[in-house]
Write a protein that binds this ligand. Sequence first.
Ligand code: TA6
Length: 307
Amino acid sequence: MADRMHSADSITELDRRLGIPGIAQIVEGNGGLPKVRITSAAAEGEIYLHGAHVTSWHPSGFGEALFVSSKSRWQDGRAIRGGVPICFPWFGDKAGDPKAPAHGFVRTKSWQLDGISSSRDAVTVCMSTGSDESTKQWRPSDFMLIYRATFGAELRLELELQNAGASTLRFEEALHAYLKVGDVRSVSLRGLDGVKYVDKTDACRVKVQNGDVLIAGETDRVYLNTRSDVEVVDPSLRRRLCVAKDNSLTTVVWNPWEEKAAGMADLGDDEWKQMICVETSNVLGYAVEVAPGQQHRMTSVLTLAGS
Ligand code: TA6
């Protein structure tokens, strides 16, 4: 398993082996962490080996779609604030284990870069990570996670879990996407009307969404049993960001708002206004169970359109 592969030589070696000249280069990113930088006709983008973390995607003709905090940390063992963190094998706090890292352990791990391929209109980066000593202190399971990120006119993210163990593996998962918006106070989210949700800002009470989702305070909701696309309508940037998904039965919507944001060291003071998280996921009562030798794949597809 790849871990701590950050020397300049190893980055150069990785680029020599897997880079595609003029299209995909492996270079040193923030904090000296290696990243794949994509510059194709269809889109530009970035993904770090640290957490297999996509930090940038902008399809040609549009600006950046993802939010990354100016105060984010860029170091082993810490999560990047923004982009698309991968939450696995639990979401939020680990039940009964307050010492366990929030959102699991793969977003703070260095993943292995397995390959980069390019077609006429998209570039696919494939990474993987699996169970090892560091994961077994939290979860005894044997597993392999494979992640394919395709950068093109759409951003397609596929997370595949392979159960390499002898017993059924139960887990939660989320692609915790931070979408960049002009002003979160003026956006509306379509596609969740009539859907039940758990309101984490109100003692986890279960409520029903009425109409579009508007953000007028701290928002932390898990929408349940929904396969629907979510469209973020952004009048300030005059665009619509759509999140479509497959094999996902929950959607998390989050914005910390002012007060909570002020308490977050890795988020700039006013930056909460420029982000909304819409998270393709399987969490809470919709955790996934995979039998030995079987796999499960969850997909999220981001698209941008003018409005
Ligand atoms: O996805 C929403 C959420 O679970 C919130 O409860 C909030 O904690 C957020 O994730 C960020 O979590 P983090 O561990 O990255 O600070």
